[in-house]
Design a protein around this ligand. Sequence first.
Ligand code: FPP
Length: 261
Amino acid sequence: MTAFATPSFFFREATLQINTDKERRELSGHLPAHVGIIMDGNGRWATKRGLPRALGHRAGTERLRGIIRLSSDLGIRALSLYAFSTENWKRPKNEVDALFGLFMEYFTNEVEELHANGVRIRMLGDVDGLPANVRAAVRAAEEKTGRNEGLRLNVALNYGARAEAVRTIRAFARETAAGTLNPEAIDEQLLLARLDTGGLPELDLLIRTGGEQRLSNFLLLQAAYAELAFVDTLWPDFSDALYMGALRDFAQRSRRFGGLQ
Ligand code: FPP
């Protein structure tokens, strides 16, 4: 299969072709280095069509390809996707199973192509709490792509910002108790470095599709200075053109980081 090749039945690519070279030139210096996306609305997308919710998640998964390709082509350095939260375990077992089935499928079938395009995959969240087969598939994807230098694709699986904070604080506590870390050495820089996103560029833009205006425990500390974009469109309908629109809107914003300039 060639790079980012023919989409499957469910993959509804935007008809509008985007000239990424032109966009990249025009928005040069004004694109976010790191985009986060809360991909909401899969269930409603399916229900509106009289389909089972699992098919909404499948349609949502098919949308990843275009968004990843556009991010990569534009030179965005990192893209973080909220795929499964620590709260999503509360969903009916058949929906959780369907999501894990999709993760397995995705990390088995798409990795080769992502790898060929230089994408480096990393998980955010408590991977150890995932079923063994999913854990193995995501670890293999991280391992295979770990030396790539293109887009940093971060998939939040079994992720919650509060759980991430607890894991990080526990690690600090263990190290201070063992005498290997001086509590006074813990500063904002070290804290950010030790979160799941350590080493990634600062989160610049956080997009949520599906019409709700909340962060739902996603990257709360990382979002401290992120620009927020709430989009009414349900995730499976979030086209490349709509993504491009959110990026153009970001490029217009004046960011002051608490200062006055
Ligand atoms: C929220 O929509 C979406 C999720 C809980 C799952 C998001 C997952 C995907 C798009 C698949 C990602 C796949 C990979 C491989 C990374 P919802 O079900 O809460 O929608 P609703 O608000 O309409 O019910």
